[in-house]
Design a protein around this ligand. Structure first.
Ligand SMILES: CC(C)(COP(=O)(O)OP(=O)(O)OC[C@H]1O[C@@H](n2cnc3c(N)ncnc32)[C@H](O)[C@@H]1OP(=O)(O)O)[C@@H](O)C(=O)NCCC(=O)NCCS
Length: 145
């Protein structure tokens, strides 16, 4: 992880975040603006000189629950452990705030992400039918922190 720089997101990152988001998990710019405006945690990984953004995660903590809202890695940088690193940082922040478990939804056909979450210890709690705008299904997954 030496060649990367991890920091909180700023407004100037939004364009690059949208660029690296896959069509499936791309949000509108206004949504990212709100996230920054309302101090919702969003962490990014940049290359060492801090010019190219290569990964991001958005999450919220409510009471003892951590919710992963979005995570994405530039497709040229995948399989380098970047998503794992972001999730580990997030888990550590959540544990410090006394969270007991993490929850997330993932499309049932998103094998890459499902493999990632299973590797980190998430288990599937249930299927949420027609959860997404395109009416596709989600798995609700949980990790005890
Ligand atoms: C899913 C995603 C976040 C993974 O990011 P990443 O940085 O490549 O993940 P990591 O390198 O930390 O991978 C950790 C493990 O996840 C699994 N995994 C990740 N990508 C995988 C793939 N393409 N195929 C199979 N397993 C995969 C593997 O078990 C991997 O461990 P390994 O490399 O030792 O085999 C990334 O592919 C992405 O941004 N996808 C598009 C956006 C998305 O789907 N977000 C999730 C929304 S719920």
């Amino acid at each position: 992880m030496e060649k990367y720089f991890i920091r909180d997101a700023v407004v100037e990152d939004i364009e690059q975040i949208i660029k690296i988001s896959s069509a499936d998990n791309r949000w509108l710019p206004e949504k990212y603006q709100e996230i920054i405006e309302f101090n919702i945690p969003m962490i990014v990984i940049c290359n060492r000189d801090n010019t190219t953004l290569v990964a991001f995660i958005v999450y919220i903590i409510f009471m003892d629950e951590l919710r992963i809202l979005n995570i994405g890695v530039d497709k040229f940088y995948t399989r380098n452990g970047l998503a794992t690193r972001l999730l580990e940082i997030t888990f550590s922040n959540a544990r410090e705030q006394n969270c007991r478990y993490a929850l997330l939804e993932v499309k049932t056909n998103n094998i890459d992400a499902i493999n990632l979450y299973i590797k980190l210890g998430f288990v599937c709690l249930c299927i949420r039918k027609m959860y997404y705008e395109d009416r596709s299904n989600a798995y609700l997954m949980q990790l005890i922190l």
